[in-house]
Design a binder for this molecule. Structure first.
Ligand code: PLP
Length: 395
């Protein structure tokens, strides 16, 4: 199917028109049914059309959609309080997307130093392979030429360092550095986990130099790793954290979380948004929190992860000419492929299963966190068929 010509030509869309979804399943216009292990790129944390989310958004839609941040929004205060109670944070600013959550994080870090009388401290250190969004500042933060090309001078103040190189990081810690920004697991970069030791070293370096640690948990957050946020795996805490994607379960919600100290420069008038945290968005966000914060929910994610990872490991053993290794934590998993990852995604689509390509020749698997054991088995069966179709081995 050709893209409608009045849209910007920015996406290479697969020829699928989804009409409705239910749980881990998507149905196209012809009634064809897909097993969705892409989850709208880590967004549909509770699958599609989850009854609790549908009910919450419907009830709010009948009462009030939007008022602006000129007035109190009780749902926003409630979601912020719940996020703070469950994490390192003391303060939250709600946005509509991941990139805006990152923009707010970067501004918060710079304002912290500015308000302490150090306006020269504005540089942000980031890492090769990173992805932080598509705004002018976040493409500068990501530092990838393919996203920067043609958009004029790169926004000043972002220095990119080799991944996992402590010596390079130490050498870059000059007195004008405001913050280090890192994804605990690079998502677009190919489900590449930052070694725990490196995250701990970063935390220590930040403490020694009054540099703030910003974690980009837009993709890894809200339970994806079996923890509410991935930093828990490393036993460290950030000063600032960007969340989005799963935060609204499919409704556009992002957030910048910060400690009281890190947020101290963000005073009235210095930042704002028209839509961010509006009543409708907060109804979705609070409904997601109702479920993700329930006792035992994250333990279940860990169990499911174990099961899924075991299955993927045997897939790797079975088809070493197709899959090289399994990567990731919880239910943010990747298959580093021997074959072209796009071919693998296509072969999966032929099995009516959706997955998402990432950098480093990886296929990303991001099923809903409430997936059942049977659905995991179904996913593994389809992955096996797809791998078989690409393998030189006879069945
Ligand atoms: N940061 C990370 C780690 C992401 O994966 C993404 C999106 O894929 C973003 C930031 C940008 O989020 P958004 O597309 O909602 O602006």
């Amino acid at each position: 199917m050709n893209a409608p010509s009045s849209l910007f030509n920015t996406y290479n869309r697969a020829p699928i028109v989804v009409e409705r979804g239910e749980g881990v399943w998507l149905y196209d216009q012809t009634g064809r049914k897909y097993l969705d292990f892409g989850g709208g790129v880590a967004v549909n944390v509770l699958g599609h059309a989850h009854p609790h989310l549908v009910e919450a958004v419907k009830a709010q839609a009948e009462k009030l959609w939007h008022t602006s941040n000129l007035y109190e929004i009780p749902g926003q205060a409630r979601a912020a309080e719940r996020l703070c109670n469950a994490s390192f944070a003391d303060r939250v600013f709600f946005t509509n997307s991941g990139a805006e959550a990152l923009e707010c994080s970067i501004k918060t870090a710079r304002r912290y130093h500015y308000s302490k009388g150090n306006p020269e401290r504005f540089r942000i250190l980031t890492f090769e392979g990173a992805f932080h969004g598509r705004t002018l500042a976040t493409i500068a933060a990501g530092g990838q030429e393919k996203y920067l090309e043609g958009f004029g001078p790169k926004v000043e103040g972002f220095d990119q360092l080799p991944f996992g190189d402590l010596d390079a990081l130490k050498a870059a810690m000059t007195h004008d550095v405001a913050a280090i920004l890192i994804e605990p697991i690079q998502g677009e970069g190919g489900i590449r986990s930052v070694p725990t030791q490196f995250l701990q070293d970063i935390r220590q370096l930040c403490d020694e130099n009054d540099v703030l640690l910003i974690l980009d948990e837009v993709q890894t957050g809200m339970g994806r790793t079996g923890h509410l946020f991935a930093y828990e795996l490393a036993g460290i805490e950030p000063d600032i954290l960007a969340s989005a994607k799963a935060l609204g379960g499919g409704f556009p919600v992002g957030a910048c979380l910060a400690t009281e100290e890190a947020a101290s420069g963000m005073v009235p008038g210095v930042h704002g948004t028209t839509y961010g945290g509006n009543p409708l968005a907060m109804a979705a966000c609070n409904a997601v929190l109702d479920i993700v914060l329930e006792d035992g929910f994250l333990d279940d994610v860990k169990q499911k992860s174990l099961r899924f990872k075991q299955g993927l490991a045997s897939l790797t053993d079975q088809f070493p000419d197709v899959v090289e290794e399994v990567r990731g934590e919880g239910l943010i998993l990747g298959l580093k492929c021997k074959v072209n990852n796009l071919d693998f995604v296509k072969a999966l689509m032929e099995q009516d299963m959706l997955a998402i390509p990432a950098g480093a020749n990886v296929v990303r698997l991001l099923p809903p966190l409430n997936i059942t054991d049977n659905e995991i088995s179904e996913g593994l069966a389809r992955l096996e068929k797809a791998a078989q179709s690409l393998s030189l081995k006879t069945p």
